[in-house]
Ligand binder design. Sequence first.
Ligand code: F3S
Length: 648
Amino acid sequence: MGQTVAEKILSRHLVSGDMEPGRPIALRMDQTLTQDATGTMAYLQFEAIGVDRVRTELSVSYVDHNMIQGDYRNPDDHRYLQDVAAKYGILFSPAGNGICHQLHLERFAVPGKTLIGSDSHTPTAGGLTMIAIGAGGLDVALAMAGEPFVTPMPRITLVRLVGTLQPFVSAKDVILEVLRRITVKGGVGRILEYGGPGVEGLSVPDRATITNMGAETGATSSVFPSDEVTRRWLRSQGRESSWVELSADADARYDTVIDIDLSTLEPLVAQPFQPDRVVPVRELAGLPVDQVMFGSCTNSSLRDIESVAHILEGRRIAPTVDAGISPGSRQVILEAARTGAFATLVASGVRLLEVSCGACIGMGFAPPTEGVSLRTINRNFLGRCGHKTGKVYLVSPEVAAASAVTGVLTDPRDLAREEGIEPFSFAQPDAFLVDDSRFVAPADEPETVTIRRGPNIAPLPPIEAMAETVRGEVLLKVGDDITTDHIMPAGAKILPLRSNIPAIARHVFEVVDASFHDRALAKGGGFVVGGANYGQGSSREHAALAPRYLGVRAVLAKSFARIHLANLVNCGILPLLFQDPSDYDAVEAGDALSLNRREVVTAGSFPVRNERSGRDIPCTTPISEEDLAVVLAGGKLNWVRSKKAERL
Ligand code: F3S
């Protein structure tokens, strides 16, 4: 039987497993990436594993998330990352070089290879036909140490594209349409593979916008075929030798098919506070806008900046609007300077923000109280962009640009009609300006490198193995679609604490319940109860490490998001599912729960006792036998160390 693109790449990297959907597969990872927000923890864990050199084809450490240098903490973290990179064979990309996903697409992504990254939008590289997967830092550390990455074999969904995008409709509208149809849960356990005749009309950055935001569907990854468009992109980056053709066989079979006629799409917008609350822009047209942000890893390519400049050419940002742009990389800036797009943006009144993630997570560019912020980013979760009252709407660069001009949410086709703006077409350079001089190669003599650790870089707190009986209070009960931003917020106040678990743990669940930290410590930990899709959002393992530090032993939910589920396991927190989801109503905050570790099984159910009601709640765990052993050992680091000790 023929294979899909995803199956071809997975089968060529299969270390063990039989590629039956839902069954564990172990994959060889060719490349890894980290960013600074998750990277310090990943490298602390890598050091704890005790390997003297990375064992991947390529590992890159990017500094892009938090560049604010208000005190010593971020600079110290950046220096630690640079020293670790030099010592262990990792390419280092310093602050100012660009956003990890844009840079990886430009300089390192290779069709047919695998990539694991400690950032949930790692699947961006699927736009260049990689199986690229976001994971927690420990899984990335293990991949750097040469261990295969274990994940359930995804089902493959074909997103069949036909037709061509109409003027002022762009790739962002494609992925917003996918989200509108399948929601933030629709991709769970799946790879979204794009195919059909509509694919050839999408450039590599267009494809990367789509695969980037596939993460919002919960998909394990998203992937496009490798074709002449791919080859042209690689040639323009001086990397044509990396090209291979890769397409699905004619008789490839897919689990499900989603058909999208690109010709019928119109500008779309995702309303607060979920990326799947998608409606046509025309339905909300006229909504007053306070702020517009262009850029982020979703829409920061030269194509996106040029499309914004095309609409802003000869126009001014409305005086009521604060607009800023975070370009994706130095290359994008240099190209936009060469074409004049940057000058157009500045002339129109757009603020130039740093080449970084900052604004995406509200650092340096946050909405005012109750303010409406249109952003070309990928997430609009509560509090994501600085604080709880800001209302973030996710839109394409074209919608953002038209709305920045009018001061209200605007369908760019209306502005184009009124003001005679011609349709935009992007002329990709034959040869991009390539300057890799800011990348720092690993040291030739690693034994001479001393890793400098500032006072903010705290040792990893030890995690003990699971006790015979786990007893504790339900510290918090939350509803459906709780995100990692709810559990462990990002932002300027918190990110500098990323390498200090006791310090960052003060902020666990603070947007939901400000007393969580103190109560959890006072009670010696306990349980958290959640609804469906618990832990959706980012790959940050701090959302598991910090609760575990506070003593959270188990999370009882209706379902879990993939990366967070893996992070819970890695950090020694037992994920539990209500066998009957209606039992969610049988547990309240403050109830005392208990379970016996000997009774926990991966096949079938086991009881979790609610001591208040005296009732045994039948529960299951969605993890494998091996993952259960990891949880019982107190997390993956303990488990790996014990395996290493056994081998000696
Ligand atoms: Fe950065 Fe925001 Fe993307 S934090 S990696 S620009 S989702």
